[in-house]
Design a protein around this ligand. Sequence first.
Ligand code: PXP
Length: 263
Amino acid sequence: MSSMKLGVNIDHVAVLREARRVNDPDILNALNVACANGADQITIHLREDRRHIQDIDAKNIMLHSQLPVNLECSINRDILNIVSGLRPHRATLVPEKREEVTTEGGLDVFTYEDEIAYAIEQLHDSIIPVSLFVDPTMEAMEKSKELGAEMVELHTGLFSNLFAMLNSSLPHSNHSVKELELPRYELASRLEKSLEDIQTAATHAKKLGLEVAAGHGLNYHNVSYMMDIEEITELNIGQSIIARSVFCGLADAVREMKRLTVR
Ligand code: PXP
């Protein structure tokens, strides 16, 4: 038996609030409901463009959260200064592009190794452990270790997209993933390969002494696959939980995800 931590990403509550620019829904209510219904950690992303979480939210969440806060951020110097001051329980470095809808792909730990090393050093100076959000490759695990991170979060976006293209109506909708419009046998084989890559990367990361988390696109239908990978000890999940909460409330949505992620 190994434990699995559920990090509930509440950014999407702030997305809804920002659509109206009023304090409704209140992010602190979301924090309290997630804390009271099975979350093990609260995850938020303070983006450079502040499209959802604002500085004041990050500050209030740090003040009021009864659970550890995993603060995602880019390697932008101004953001790092803010994060260092906030002293979250962990910082997760993620890539950020202004034009993206969500975080697409992991950090490029090779092209930006100097900047990432500097960011890790700055965060460590403020006694903040660091996780790197990376694609599940052996090379990325080794580089993450070399750069001094304590943890990696494996980007499960490809797995999640393949799963959705194979097992949902996504291919027939406007949101079809164009590059994955492939025959079913090809999708099935790529899905299997994506899982093998996650397993191999997780095993390697653990061997290197890194803690292993995973996230992006995980939902009530595909999360069981992550539960089979015993090296993964934490999942960070946002969109699917907040989406379900529209229909059954945040408390039930968090509770149900927690039920599915207990080992
Ligand atoms: N982990 C990281 C590092 C992320 O950037 C995100 C997306 O904000 C998530 C997990 C959660 O992804 P999703 O909202 O698709 O569950």
